[in-house]
Write a protein that binds this ligand. Structure first.
Ligand SMILES: *Cc1c(COP(=O)(O)O)cnc(C)c1O
Length: 379
């Protein structure tokens, strides 16, 4: 059976279609006034001074590493439960990722473990707001301040998340977002870096457009080894239209998370995500199989897929991948992350998921656990 209910998907309506088609008839297709408008709206939403839009989240991460001044010989601290580009983007600047283990309750970086891993080469701390739940950003800031590190927050899961009274996007030296279709809002492909630091903002902007600084008349100068990482006005128009609906999207995701939490109450086969429903942007709803049942994760995954439920696993620890193995990283590096990876399954969560579909996910999971878990867990 094909996948009928994916783990994530975009929510597009007529106002989005209208915004894009209107821009398609305007004078600007590539980066122009809509990108500026989108950047201003994003910065205002998050409570940051500046936003710089990029062609995708990976480009935004790369630019953030550049702006932070990371280069060959430098190290940055990050965690392995993330999409590979968090680390790979830093390697493009010649820097070396040092993988720090996670807090197994949240999947976020264990900030206490960071201090021990620091060397004279450590330049940046790169927490990921896993599944949409902010990392311990106060602790990240504090450590960074005492040790002179730049905090680059990979918030690709967390646009719209709350942290105390503040919005994610206003809490780190640089915060990186992605607008891939499964994320909080989409521009097809797209990303952004938010910052309060004007110097970072200028470096980010320059890097995005070939390292160019404009002069008078025809004059311009290439100041740095930049790239073309621009977002288009077509995409920014979509982003602006989506941003208006962001709070509604997050409210839907939180409602879905709450319903899963309720449905799974008393299920001793799994643990639901910990922490407050209200803080997270709920990019993912990740269950953790308990005890011996974790050894049946693959069968459970396959049975759900066969039933048309598009479950996923987020993530294979980054350093398990051949590229990283070839760089010399090996299994055993972050035991808690590895144990976490062995137990997790991401269930469908996105604003357009209907309650009937969600009920189907829950019922199917119940059936699969009964079939496969029988013996492993007497209920
Ligand atoms: C999506 C994502 C990225 C990369 O974003 P793209 O827009 O796909 O390049 C990086 N880090 C995390 C945690 C992500 O989820």
């Amino acid at each position: 059976m094909s996948i009928r209910i994916p783990y994530g998907r975009q929510t597009i309506d007529d106002s989005d279609v209208h915004a894009v088609s209107e821009t398609l008839r305007s004078d600007w297709l590539t980066q122009g006034p809509k990108v500026e408008e989108f950047e201003a709206a994003l910065a205002a939403y998050c409570g940051a001074k500046h936003a710089v839009a990029f062609s995708n989240g990976t480009a935004a991460l790369h630019a953030a590493y550049f702006a932070a001044g990371l280069k060959k010989g430098d190290e940055f601290l990050t965690s392995p439960i993330t999409f590979a580009s968090t680390a790979t983007a830093g390697i493009w600047q010649g820097a070396k990722p040092v993988f720090i283990d996670i807090d197994p309750e949240t999947g976020n970086i264990d900030v206490k473990a960071c201090e021990k891993a620091m060397t004279a080469k450590t330049r940046a701390l790169v927490p990921i707001d896993y599944a949409g739940r902010p990392a311990d950003l106060a602790a990240c800031r504090k450590l960074a301040k005492t040790k002179g590190l730049v905090v680059i927050e990979d918030a690709c899961h967390a646009l719209g998340a709350d942290y105390g009274e503040k919005k994610v996007g206003s809490l780190s030296d640089m915060t990186v977002f992605s607008f891939h279709p499964v994320k909080s809002i989409t521009t097809g492909e797209g990303g952004a870096v938010l910052t309060d630091n004007l110097d970072f903002k200028n470096r980010l902007s320059e890097f995005r457009t070939h390292g160019i600084r404009r002069g008078e008349d025809w004059l311009y100068s290439v100041e740095t080894q930049g790239l073309n990482y621009r977002l288009t006005d077509l995409q920014a128009a979509l982003g602006l239209s989506q941003l208006k609906k962001l709070d509604g999207f997050i409210a839907k995701r939180r409602e879905i998370a709450r319903r899963y939490d309720e449905a799974f109450t008393g299920w001793d086969e799994l643990e639901t995500p910990s922490g407050a429903v209200e803080d997270s942007a709920w990019h993912l709803y990740v269950i953790r199989l308990r005890g011996a049942l974790a050894s049946k994760r693959r069968e459970i995954f396959q049975a759900l897929r066969r039933a048309g439920i598009g479950v996923q696993v987020h993530y294979i620890p980054v350093y398990f991948h051949p590229f990283y193995r070839n760089l010399g990283y090996s299994k055993g590096l972050c035991p808690k992350a590895e144990a976490f990876y062995a137990r997790i399954i991401s269930l469908p969560i996105y604003p357009g998921l209907t309650s009937a579909q969600q009920e189907e996910v829950v019922k199917t999971l119940r059936r699969v656990l009964n079939e496969l878990g029988a013996g492993a867990h007497a209920r």
